[in-house]
Design a protein around this ligand. Structure first.
Ligand code: IYR
Length: 226
């Protein structure tokens, strides 16, 4: 690894934690994250644009291939645009639920209880439409090849979900397939591929969530140490 003073600066902002603090902090974050649930019943309660901006800014800190930051977050709050997105998404979902999905997939979804109706896409105050950029670069306006696009956008999306949760906002990942209608509705170029839609807002009073997703795999089943 080359460390050239013309291209490298000392690490800044890193906060070291004493060994006795590390476990407590990691456990506290786990406890906090484990209260996050995918919510499908949203309240119409508005959320300030500044909060969404701060969450997107947090997402934009994600590591990415060659630091090209191959993501774009089209934040839709206009009722008319949310309606257009809902109608286009529901058209795809109707095809999905009436056969395109196949039996095995529909079986897997049965405990969650989803169907083609997506009213939350209008009720939630924000739909963050996330796009993956095939070309770009570290500077705005660059037109270079991007690398590890899905990995990078996935990590950024994870940070976005965590930031929303930290701000007390519920989220739902929504992935109609295909989603190319989003390019048109969000005015994004064909070089960008819609990645997913994140509905963001407050849960409705009395919102219900599937029992199914309460159960997370045990630590011993998701990791090994050697
Ligand atoms: N996109 C559809 C189907 C769906 C697929 C999976 I995998 C889920 O975990 C949930 C739903 C829908 O939103 O209904």
């Amino acid at each position: 690894m080359k460390s050239d003073p013309r291209t490298h600066v000392p690490l800044q902002g890193y906060v070291e934690r004493a060994p006795h603090e590390q476990l407590g902090r990691a456990e506290a974050l786990h406890r906090h994250l484990s209260t996050r649930r995918s919510v499908r019943d949203f309240a119409p309660t508005p959320v300030d644009r500044a909060v969404i901006e701060a969450c997107v800014a947090a997402a934009g800190t994600a590591p990415s291939g060659a630091n090209h930051q191959p993501w774009f977050f089209a934040c839709v709050g206009s009722p008319e645009k949310k309606r257009e997105i809902r109608l286009a998404a529901e058209a795809e979902e109707r095809a999905f639920y009436s056969g395109k999905a196949g039996e095995e997939w529909l079986d897997a979804l049965a405990p969650i209880g989803t169907d083609a109706q997506k009213p939350y896409m209008e009720t939630a105050p924000w739909l963050i439409c996330i796009f993956a950029q095939r070309r770009g670069g570290a500077e705005v306006g660059d037109n270079r090849k991007n690398y590890y696009i899905h990995e990078s956008v996935g990590i950024a999306t994870g940070l976005l979900i965590a930031a929303c949760h930290e701000a007390g906002l519920a989220t739902l990942v929504h992935t109609p397939n295909p989603m190319s209608f989003l390019n048109r509705l969000c005015d994004r170029p064909d070089t960008e591929k819609p990645y997913l839609i994140l509905a963001v807002g407050h849960p409705a009073e009395g919102a219900k969530v599937p029992k199914h997703a309460l159960k997370k795999k045990a630590l011993g089943d998701i990791c090994s140490f050697s």
